[in-house]
Design a protein around this ligand. Sequence first.
Ligand code: ADP
Length: 584
Amino acid sequence: MNKVFEVLHKYYGYNSFRKGQYEIINNILSKRDTFCILPTGGGKSICYQIPALLFNGVTIVISPLIALMKDQVDNLRANGIKAEYINSTQSLESIDNIMEMCRNGGVKLLYIAPERLENEFFKRKLRRLNISQLAIDEAHCVSMWGHDFRRSYGLINDFINSLSIRPVVTAFTATATEVVRKDVVKLLGLRKPYIYIGSFDRDNLSIRVHIEEDKLELVKDIIKDKENEAGIIYCATRKEVDGLYFYLKDLGYDVLKYHGGLKDEEKEYYQDEFLNENSNVMIATNAFGMGIDKSNVRYIVHFTMPKNIESYYQEIGRAGRDGAMSECHILFNRSDIRTLEYLIYTTVQIDRKELEIKKLQSMIDFCESKECLRSFILKYFGEENVREYCNNCSNCLNSDELRDYTIEAQKILSCVYRTRERYGVAVLIDVLRGMIGPKIINDKLNELTTYGIMKEYSSKFIRDLIKALIDFGYVNLKEGTYSMLQLNEKSYSILKSKQRVMLKLNYENEEKVINSDLFNKLRIWRRDTAIKEGVKPYIIFSDATLIELCNKLPKTEEELLQIRGMGEKKFNKYGDELLKRLKS
Ligand code: ADP
């Protein structure tokens, strides 16, 4: 098997790449500088980690957030990958030990804070290493026009030029406007880079706007509905955070809070309670969330409308990083507008006021829009070829309109035909979306005419449509199989354009846990194991992996190894225990 897939399965337990990852990894492996723009949760880390594992020597990762660095390294180690980090909190002796390990080839990835490059002594040590790749995370920090400018990012280019052998240089970010993008290429000195700009669509986020409803009742409903699941409730001001916190606390809810007015030790305490899953509901201002890599935040509530679409998208980006379905609710009352306008007039510099008011107006337009909310956001960010409905936002879900899905149905059915009715729904979806995986390459499915003809659709959308086609008898499930499709007479009339497909698609989220008792038991096991090992629970397994375990109930080692997120190391470490727990 192709080495890249081998590594993906062995270390990460995944069977296919997300959009863009395969191309990005292959470019890096051919030693071409690469600049990759993917949304939060899009899977950037694997793009430099897999080349790091396949190259000789060490990959240096420059990463701006100390808290994230530890998480990343814990994550890699849990997958059996040798990784270390160095920041200002370590002693000289332990830094020397790590550098020694790097020299001896004992480390594949070394994470450092950019400020390390201010230290000549440290740079000299770095130069003695066999550096295969220099990966720069949050690359937008190099640009003054980005939103988190970091002066020491400016030292990276000189450092690269001081190396006797230039490693391949790779840069990653989730946010880049045209100016920032140009700055990154220039200021980091990328040479003829391969640039990948991914879609900003996060299809596992269900966006919902609630207009003029009782906010307190709604918040209580959401918390109850998502009992045991982690969520963040964003408020506009500290006062609002405190108010909501005490209101819910008095009613007996187990909630946490976070805002700039708390003492450092209080902030640390509340944050740790949240990350360690001792408590699941965090009420906060937007000060909370930067550098939080918790992958299983299942819902975000904006108790007050956010001040602009940029902040909104960044904040909801903290939900569902593991790819499992997550909900994002905005509670919108027109009286919020005054609060936000007041905040802009009192806190924003005079020359930016007009711009901020304009941005606020776009946010209001978004809340009041009747069109698909996802398409609204994607168009706002300048994306082209955006679908007009996503079937996963409050406007699409609440719409009673029958829509014409004939073209989509034809695409799906002709893919069933081209693949000779031999594959299950998961593979069909991958073929339609143009994904890369071992099965697709081995069976040459990427050479079919139907390969990639539904690139702009989410897998949830295609799955929902297939479900509806089966429900309405437009295609059959092959007898004796779980998900293979078989064309029938109606399918052929659709393919020949003799029949139209008019539907109202409003399936709720696909990744529901069938057995929630088992899910809760596994979650408790995960938390106990995390405490024993001194790591965060989501480092042990993501929610997406636990959900798949509950829904597929693997009985043998082979079946267990097929679960997404079950790499070799985790399989060896927890496999027996999990099979035992799944049996009982
Ligand atoms: P980013 O850095 O772009 O915000 P991450 O690299 O942290 O995103 O990835 C987000 C999540 O997606 C992680 O839990 C990661 O393990 C998972 N992931 C990445 N690539 C894949 C893949 N090919 N298949 C399944 N999950 C993946």
